[in-house]
Design a protein around this ligand. Structure first.
Ligand SMILES: Cc1cc2nc3c(=O)[nH]c(=O)nc-3n(C[C@H](O)[C@H](O)[C@H](O)COP(=O)(O)O)c2cc1C
Length: 182
């Protein structure tokens, strides 16, 4: 099973990363995995210029680290998005990566996949879930989402994911469910 993990956070080992690791653990307990991780904050990824040259069939004109993302994304059976909410949407580094996927938007690259959306947030997650569900169903792929509130409104403090063992367990279970094809 080919898996691509897109790490939207700048916090290595942070909340969304920890959820992604648990999904992988659940998947790996059942299936043989070929996993590629991309952390766009550490990559050289320019903004899409909207030039439209990719629509003429030659791929993206920008030569940068997206070169490695395109084939891995296209070939993946499972794409995991570890996506903390920043100002109401995904982080800018993850958005920049997705903008550049415009160059490979097609049923071949976006269809027949299992998308796993892991949203960590304080107050709001709706935009991410709506976006991912629309893309998945539009291309005949499937999306499973875990939304994880990492804020305790009673004490008004951010939580670390270790304080939410039930969410870590849910991520593990989701991985195992995916691997079993159900
Ligand atoms: C700059 C910044 C902006 C944020 N904006 C939002 C937001 O708009 N909505 C929300 O619910 N949480 C917001 N958060 C909270 C994070 O999504 C939350 O702390 C998340 O658990 C971080 O995940 P990570 O550890 O994987 O980076 C923001 C956090 C930061 C640092």
């Amino acid at each position: 099973m080919k898996v691509v993990v897109l790490h939207g956070s700048h916090r290595v080992g942070g909340n969304s990363d920890a959820l992604a690791e648990r999904v992988l653990a659940g998947l790996g307990g059942v299936a043989d995995l070929d996993v590629v991780h991309f952390r766009p904050i550490d990559m050289k990824i320019a903004h899409c210029r909207g030039c439209g040259r990719c629509r003429t069939g030659g791929g993206c004109v920008i030569d940068d680290d997206m070169r490695t993302v395109y084939p891995a994304f296209c070939d993946a059976d499972v794409v995991i998005l570890a996506a903390p909410m920043f100002w109401g949407y995904m982080t800018s580094q993850l958005k920049t990566l997705f903008d550049r996927l415009e160059a490979i938007v097609s049923p071949r690259c976006f269809g027949g996949k299992q998308f796993v959306l892991l949203v960590t947030y304080r107050h709001y997650y709706g935009s991410m879930v709506e976006w991912m569900e629309r893309i998945s169903t539009g291309f005949g792929s499937r999306c499973r989402a875990i939304v994880c509130r990492t804020y305790d409104s009673a004490s008004e403090r951010d939580l670390e994911i270790e304080e939410l063992p039930e969410m870590l367990q849910a991520a593990h279970d989701l991985g195992a469910t995916l691997a079993l094809g159900s």
